[in-house]
Design a protein around this ligand. Structure first.
Ligand SMILES: NC(=O)c1ccc[n+]([C@@H]2O[C@H](COP(=O)([O-])OP(=O)(O)OC[C@H]3O[C@@H](n4cnc5c(N)ncnc54)[C@H](OP(=O)(O)O)[C@@H]3O)[C@@H](O)[C@H]2O)c1
Length: 332
């Protein structure tokens, strides 16, 4: 009941501020920005004067088409936008992307927006697809670019931002896997008796655990002026439900979407807010909903949630090191 009330209040009775922040001179990367929320966030940030906006996408042709569309609608200079390849289903691609970022003159913000929602179980790299794409690759990108964000904040005396796109569905994650015996990563890779209706929610919960841990180990202060935050855009009309989910579920989603969902332009305002140059320090480690700090909910803030976060991080950090040795060194 609590979640339904919060959800409907957010979707139906909340006006999200139209972005007006000044991004001039800044370099911003948005992953998964050939379509949906990422595309609209990129359009805003180009309109707001960024010097360079990098669309990090898995299909270059789709990125080029998105870049053309943004240039046409904003009248920005063509060379404002670059299109880079990034496939979160392939750790080599993620590592190559991270290496490429190190060569930038500056990086003021990265929005880790690319993500999937599917009802089909599959393994990608060596874990279930939501876990690989929405959590492990997201975390690898975050840690991979954090040194560049820190360097930029020092060199240019600015606050830089690392923003993760999550979901308020973490409030309703059942996360039954946490009550089972064994390693979470192993349990989550088991295809038998898996609750795929809960898996996206679990992935976005694990992502918030990850962000909370990163912020605790990269506090704001004399060592760092990088705000790391996590947001939910709310329910938006995008292609996220493109996957086969059966006609009944698809029909229900279509009706629900028609009734309450935001346009991707409106939803994208939450991405721009979380990554804006003047984001408040209180956003560091926060769950942002409707462009404001919101509670993480019982799955995160309760003693059980805290225990689950600890268990998750104890598995995640060695996993990240095994994929990209040295990547966690940037954390305290
Ligand atoms: N729409 C909503 O209601 C909603 C609600 C809460 C949270 N979110 C979150 O918002 C973010 C954006 O979603 P959206 O609604 O804009 O969905 P979308 O229209 O499906 O866009 C998703 C983007 O992620 C990219 N992507 C997916 N898998 C990838 C991979 N393995 N490697 C690289 N890129 C990949 C897609 O690229 P391709 O086009 O090449 O597939 C696309 O650019 C996601 O993290 C989603 O979980 C959405």
């Amino acid at each position: 009941m609590g979640f339904i009330f919060t959800f409907l209040k957010s979707q139906l009775f909340t006006r999200l501020p139209y972005p007006t922040s000044d991004f001039s001179g800044q370099t911003v990367i948005i992953t998964g920005s050939n379509t949906g929320l990422g595309l609209e966030a990129a359009r805003h940030i180009v309109r707001l004067g960024a010097a360079k906006v990098i669309l990090a996408v898995r299909t270059i042709a789709k990125g080029e088409a998105a870049a053309k569309d943004i240039i046409q609608s904003t009248n920005a200079k063509k060379n404002t936008i670059e299109v880079w390849e990034l496939n979160l289903s392939d750790y080599n691609s993620v590592k190559a992307f991270n290496a490429r970022v190190q060569a930038l003159d500056r990086l003021d913000a990265l929005i880790q927006n690319a993500g999937i929602l599917t009802s089909n179980f599959s393994l990608i790299e060596d874990n279930e697809s939501h876990i690989t794409i929405n959590v492990i690759s997201s975390a690898l990108i975050g840690l991979g670019v954090l040194p560049k964000l820190k360097e930029t904040s020092e060199a240019f005396n600015v606050k830089t931002r690392l923003t993760f796109v999550g979901s308020d569905l973490l409030y309703v994650a059942k996360f039954k896997e946490a009550d089972m015996t064994g390693k979470l990563l192993d349990i989550l890779s088991e295809g038998k008796d898996v609750d795929m209706a809960d898996r996206y929610n679990v992935s976005k919960l694990l992502l918030l655990y990850t962000v909370r841990e990163f912020t605790a180990r990269s506090p704001l202060g004399s060592q760092s002026n990088v705000v790391i935050d996590y947001l939910t855009p709310g329910a938006c009309k995008s292609d996220i439900f493109r996957d086969d989910m059966g006609w009944l579920r698809r029909a229900m989603m279509s009706v629900a979407t028609f009734l309450v969902a935001r346009t991707t332009e409106v939803g994208s305002r939450t991405l721009v807010h979380a990554a804006k140059p003047e984001i408040e320090n209180e956003a560091h480690g926060a769950f942002l909903m409707d462009c404001k700090v919101a509670p993480g909910g019982p799955n995160v803030d309760s003693p059980k949630g805290q225990k689950q976060q600890k268990q998750w991080i104890e598995e995640l950090l060695p996993k990240l090191e095994s994929i990209s040795p040295g990547v966690t060194k940037v954390l305290l």
